[in-house]
Design a binder for this molecule. Structure first.
Ligand code: FDP
Length: 354
């Protein structure tokens, strides 16, 4: 476009920005994918992304807080982690309580469910379960951490439900996702029609579509597990891990071990590159350590939408009947070929010396 004076109005940078799709634009464009009232989900995802931006800012400041804490008279040594956990919890609860879409929130940081007062005459129709800051032991060593969220619709006819009344199997999630606070910050989510990833551009404060229609490779060569617990694993798992470590050119073995100890970060890498994340039962954690409702289920929803698989070793994660908000489950999640293979070892269908 040319002004009367002949000056060009469109600068190259403006032209470039037209190609960007922000999370908000994308969610609005894809409202038709959502089987319920689309505006509600749009608002809910907007609230989650806003809280994520605030948490991202705080996570980035964590190291600085450590230094500034001295002048602030705060004893933050060893407590930064706890502070950030609670800060993230508060941010998400606050953001989710504003819009009126949510009636109940369950958070890893709080034993009891959080009831959200209706924002007007009509109570919220959604239940949100979240781990506000996953992998928190990594905060004070500057390693990636994340937020995981899971969204359910409250069954009709339950205007003021209790958590026990609305806990549902993972297959019933209407949306799920995670935020990774890493070398860049990303939000990855699904409403059951594929998986899309957005990278935060800090200069404009927007999540920009960067990974459309994510698919996990069917085969991978990365395995992520805390091998320090080897001695207390079940025998089938021991055999599987030993099998992964044998040299065999035909199957690309030995595979590569990568374990950050932050579910979001390990899962995200394996989603992009192909691999398996395992947190099995062990002596200290007979039901595993990963929480079904706000860690395993949302990740299982995402991985299945991306063409992968998630199981507790026997049954699909998304079919486990929940019994409580904070229950744990063993988890084997990632590329289909790898999860299928470990299931064979667990069932005894495949053998190898442990
Ligand atoms: P964290 O306790 O640091 O929050 O979900 C819990 C979790 O981290 C996962 O993110 C992580 O993969 C796992 O626990 C690490 O546990 P281990 O230290 O036992 O390996």
């Amino acid at each position: 476009m040319i002004e009367e004076t002949g000056r060009r109005l469109e600068e190259p940078a403006r032209h470039w920005s037209r190609k960007l799709r922000t999370l908000e634009q994308f969610v609005i464009e894809r409202q038709g994918d959502f089987r319920h009232e689309a505006g509600e989900l749009t608002r809910l995802l907007y609230d989650i992304s806003l809280a994520a931006k605030v948490v991202n800012r705080d996570v980035n400041k964590a190291g600085l807080v450590d230094i500034l804490g001295v002048t602030d008279d705060q004893n933050v040594h060893g407590e930064v982690q706890k502070t950030l956990d609670i800060l993230a919890h508060n941010e998400f609860v606050h953001a989710l309580s504003r819009g009126g879409e949510v009636c109940l929130i369950g958070s890893e940081e709080q034993e009891e469910a959080i009831r959200v007062e209706p924002n007007g005459a009509v109570p919220g129709k959604y239940l949100v379960l979240l781990d506000p800051l996953d992998g928190s032991s990594n905060i004070d060593v500057n390693v990636s951490i994340g937020t995981i969220f899971s969204v359910y619709r409250v069954p009709d006819g339950l205007p003021d439900p209790t958590m026990d009344q609305v806990l549902q199997v993972g297959a019933d999630q209407v949306a799920a996702g995670y935020v990774i606070y890493g070398s860049s910050t990303m939000l990855v989510y699904s409403t059951g029609r594929g998986v899309n990833g957005f990278t935060l551009d800090p200069s404009i404060g927007e999540f920009i579509l960067s990974h459309p229609d994510l698919k996990i490779p069917q085969r991978g060569v990365i395995y992520s597990i805390n091998e320090g617990n080897y001695n207390s694993w079940e025998i089938g798992l021991k055999k599987y891990i030993k099998w992964l470590q044998v040299e065999d050119a035909a199957t690309n073995r030995p595979y590569t071990a990568r374990y950050i100890g932050s579910l979001v970060a390990d899962f995200h890498r394996n989603l992009l590159k192909g691999g398996i994340y395992i947190y099995p039962a062990n002596a200290r954690n007979p039901d595993g350590k990963i929480r079904l409702m706000y860690e395993a289920n949302p990740m299982a929803f995402i991985v299945e939408q991306a063409g992968g698989m998630a199981t507790n070793g026997h049954d699909p994660i998304l079919e486990i009947e929940p019994t409580s908000l904070h229950q744990c489950t063993p988890i084997y999640i990632g590329s289909v070929d790898m999860v299928t293979r470990v299931k064979r070892f667990l069932s005894g269908a495949q053998d190898f010396p442990a």
